[in-house]
Each structure stands twice: as structure tokens, then as C-alpha cells.
Design a protein around this ligand. Sequence first.
Ligand SMILES: [Ca+2]
Ligand SMILES: [Ca+2]
Length: 358
Amino acid sequence: MKAIRYGLSLAAFAASGLGLPACGAPAERDSAIAERGAAPELVAARMPGQEAGLEGADAPEEAAADETETEADEPADAEAVSGEPAEEISVDGKDLPYKTWHHLTMPGETVTIEADAPVELVIDGETVGETAERHEWTAPDAPDTLEVRLVDGTGEAHEISLFVLAPLNGDTVMEGYRIGEYPQNAPEGLIRLTEDDMDTPVSPSFTIGQFICKQQPGHWPKFALVSGNLLLRLEAVLAELQEDALTDADSFFVMSGYRTPFYNTEIRSARLSRHMYGDAADIYPDVAGNDSVMDDLNGDGRITRADAEFLYDYAEDLFAAKNLPEGGIGAYDANAIHGPFVHIDGRGTRARWGRFGS
Ligand SMILES: [Ca+2]
Ligand SMILES: [Ca+2]
């Protein structure tokens, strides 16, 4: 289906609290070298070293919802098709920016869904309550990943991956997974992930599996976070690159997404790195060669720092033009471990680094 986006108030969106800490990191390629090898942490330790500050914010655009089909092949659909489309839906007061999104909640909390037309609430395949414009649902007491579908009167579904978080409670190790200590602003909980959860979508073009931390590659469950503001920015850049025919990629390769404080310290990254809050990602488009190396974005036949700077400038111009939530952008050169890449985050304030000129 086409990616439908909703126009939304960025300010409202940013204020809605989507900027949670998150974790998640790339899974496989960049320091894949490290993961395969003996000492992942050691290898990764030579990765991107200093992030100065990051921020950024991006925002989605809008989309047209034009589905007014008149035919219903199946009798069962007849009633639904005659209904109204739901174009604006919020979960716990946060507007859904895309038809595919995610939501975080703590165990036992009430999740409130409000739509501008009646929607059917379907959780893990089972209808909950009556079709209505407002739903209140209580999250289970245990951490879980649930597939929530909100089906409007036209049969269109909005899909939300609902993560019932595992409370952090100051734990430095959770089920054998090393978390470490947050230097400040520790999140209330973390997303608990099993291997089966890796393909769970968090936005139209990204899955949670792309953001998990590289530590303890064979250990499950893992814990992570991902923020809405980061995803808004990533989706905006990707969509623009696709529109400008600069890439055929249907997602970015996420070299590093969420990092536990433990891992962040191991690789000697910035003490307050946004990666620990799921609010930052080191990314690049990688279709050509499917080689885990950034594609030749500036078209000069080589893969160099100039490509990272091209992407940096591109994101900079886009974020300025779109009036997205503020955040950081950083350009990085290749080294022995990885190729050039760009860091993007949704910290809420502006930060820029690594742009030296090409
Ligand atoms: Ca490539
Ligand atoms: Ca190039």
C-alpha cells in the first residue's frame, strides 16, 4: 500500500512525548566485522568516537487518503466499506504520523486511542470492544510486543506496534543483558525483544531489529528503545532521497542505533550520547553492491567522506525546509572498520558536527 502520511502539528507531536529514550542498533553490517569476530566490544570500540551534540527533528508530510471504494466483493465488507475513513488518530494524545507506527507504554497502563471516525481495535488478531471513535485499553502486566490494528469504516488499517516496556528500575543487567547505568534521565522502561520481534515495524520504512545494540549478539532477550522524533527525521530524509531519485533504497542501513549505557561506555562514545535513548542513528543508503558500504550519493564514482557530507547537507537543507523537530546531524569519514556515514538524531535542539568541506 502506499505510504500515507498525515499532516500533523510538529509542535504537538514533539510535545507529545515521543522523544523517549530508545535503544537499538544496527544489527549487522557495520561493525559486523566485530560481531563475527571474537571481541565485538573491542572492535566496536574503534567506532565513531565523538559525537559532539546532536539533534534534529523531522516531520512527516501529509498524505491524501483517497479511498472511497464502492465495491465490496465480500459481503462481510459491505458494511465497513460504507463507513468513514479515519484520517486523524492519536494514541495517548500522540498523533500517528504514518499509517505504520509504534507506541510505547508501561505494563498495566491504560492506552487511550482517539480517532476522527469509528475504528475497530484489533490486538494480535482479536477484536477488542466495540467499533468506536475512542478506545481505552489496559496494557498487560508483563512486557510484550503487540500488533495493534485500527480498522476504519473503509477497511483501511492503521498499524501500531505496541511495546509494553520492561521497567528499568535501576537495573544494570536485565535477564542477562547488560544495560549499565544511565548517567542521567534514565528511561522508565526498555523495549524487551525476542528474536521473533526483529521484523516488527516501528515506522513505514524501519523495523525495531535495525536499531538493536550490537552487544551480546547471541543473547536473548535484548532490550532497546527507539524514538518517534528520530524516525520522523529518518523517514523524511529517505522519502526525499527517493523522490529525487538519488537512491533506490527502501530503508537506510542503520550502522548503530540504540546503545545501552554499558555498550556506549565500552565504545567510548559521548557520555550523554543520544544513542542511549534510542534517539540517534548512524545511517547511510546501501543498495549498490549490497556491500554494507554507503552508496556513491554524489555520483563521483568513489565512496568517500564527500558522500557523507553530501548526505549531511541534504538532510540539513531538508530539515530546514520542513520545519521538523530539531536535532543533530554529524558527518563521519571512513576508517578501518566502517565506511563513511551520517549521524542523525532527534534530541530537540540543534547540533551539527563533522562537516569539513569536500
Ligand atoms: Ca553500497
Ligand atoms: Ca562519491
